[in-house]
Design a protein. Structure first.
Length: 435
């Protein structure tokens, strides 16, 4: 079993799993080199395929034996292979591979149950890989005796950290080089009330994720709004999302996960720092609306922008863009609003739900992936995820903090607020509000 202790490379490592690794193309994904100046085409916007059936790139960056917990209460040993853009394993003689998307997360979990075969699941240090926009969740575990509990905990932590890095790399590979903007564009009237603007990934449907330029406007006429453009020229408006004092705005809870939702819209940022910035700014707009604050004057807008720029300046390293890299998802040739994806054959027999003995009671929800039996249809909230357990870690930034969070056996979780985009933590708990 090989363990990747250095940062993941930012290269493609070949175009498919059969390609050889080209060492000349391996570059540190966390290098400090500034990316060369380039921008998106000035017409239209980028869309990528977000399905799980895309080819895995290059050779595995990590392989090892893990226990797979299936929906039929089966606990089977598999060899998990982690690639730069996905993972694969063989179960019952059949190989299964899944490419990652920006809308996925990994986190610890803990089960206090015994299967029908008498296997005590509390003996496993478990984690889940949730492909929540595809309605699928995989549970893996490291078996631990009391004498080996520390080693099992460390092994799980290494897996979770490496998987979270792969997810971050896939996400960052889709963004063009850009900097967060606060100043409006003189020639575009709609941008004159801009507080904050930058590229975000938007979950269009099960098949498509689009790179869109988003701009936050302050309160006015009882609402604020997020204006979504095709690109940074702000010539074409794709949509406007109204923000009221009752708008649901929350984050997905996972290790190094940068996803958040506003009402029914699911987004992903380039970095964790950018997600915190967006959620804090949106939360501030909601607070102004709750307090019935008037529309800001020109001078107040200048002050708000200065506060945002100062926050970015104080955390400059966290807002630096990634070095250029090839996109780890396929470009979508033609955007479609109708999803024709059929994942039933690919995911059949695996976890849309935890084992029946572990499922918490909850309303059933229709699922596009049908042939999984009743165990796959019960006990889940949105997107095939079980209720948050007190043993689940909250998000942590950086390797050391992530390891510390994942090592915690139990702890109090923040009160969660549900949205149609999945189980989330409320944005208001993220940070103190700026004036």
């Amino acid at each position: 079993m090989s363990v990747l202790s250095t940062p993941l490379c930012r290269c493609i490592c070949g175009s498919s799993r059969s390609d050889d690794l080209d060492p000349s193309r391996v570059v540190d994904a966390f290098a400090d080199d500034e990316p060369p100046a380039c921008s998106l085409p000035m017409h239209g916007y980028l869309s990528y395929c977000a399905t799980t059936d895309q080819p895995l790139r290059g050779v595995p960056i990590r392989e090892g034996g893990l226990w797979l917990l299936s929906a039929e209460e089966e606990v089977a040993m598999v060899t998990l292979s982690l690639y730069v853009n996905g993972f694969a394993f063989t179960h019952k003689g059949r190989e299964h591979s899944f490419s990652l998307s920006p809308f996925a997360l990994v986190r610890n979990c803990k089960f206090q149950a015994t299967t029908s075969e008498g296997i005590d699941l509390s003996d496993f240090k478990c984690f889940k890989v949730s492909l929540f926009t595809q309605g699928a969740c995989f549970y893996f575990g490291v078996r631990a005796t009391k004498a080996e509990e520390r080693e099992a905990e460390e092994e799980r932590s290494r897996w979770v950290i490496d998987i979270s890095r792969a997810m971050r790399l896939v996400t960052q590979s889709l963004f063009p080089p850009f900097s967060i903007a606060c100043e409006p564009i003189d020639s575009v009237a709609l941008t004159q009330r801009r507080l904050l603007a930058g590229y975000l990934l938007h979950h269009d449907d099960m098949e498509i994720a689009s790179v869109l330029f988003c701009e936050l406007h302050p309160q006015g006429c009882d609402h604020g709004k997020l204006v979504v453009y095709e690109n940074e020229t702000c010539q074409v408006v794709v949509m406007e999302i109204c923000i009221t004092e009752r708008s649901t705005c929350c984050e997905k809870v996972g290790i190094s996960c940068s996803c958040f939702s506003i009402e029914d819209h699911l987004f992903s940022t380039r970095t964790l720092a950018e997600r915190k910035l967006w959620l804090r700014a949106i939360s501030n707009v909601k607070v102004k609306l709750q307090n019935r604050a008037p529309s800001p004057t020109r001078e107040e807008l200048v002050d708000y922008r200065h506060a945002i720029r100062e926050h970015i300046r104080m955390s400059k390293a966290a807002f630096q863009g990634q070095a250029p890299m090839d996109a780890l998802l396929h470009r979508h040739p033609k955007r479609s609003t109708q999803s024709s994806m059929d994942e039933g054959e690919e995911l059949r027999g695996f976890l849309l739900a935890p084992p029946p003995a572990l499922a918490a009671p909850g309303p059933a929800e229709p699922n596009k992936l049908e042939d999984f039996g009743e165990a796959a249809k019960s006990g889940f909230g949105h997107h095939g995820e079980p209720p948050l357990s007190p043993s689940d870690p909250v998000e942590a930034e950086g390797t050391e903090e992530a390891r510390a969070a994942m090592s915690a056996a139990a702890g109090a979780s923040p009160r969660l607020e549900a949205s149609s985009s999945g189980r989330c933590a409320p944005a208001s708990t993220l940070a103190p509000r700026a004036p």
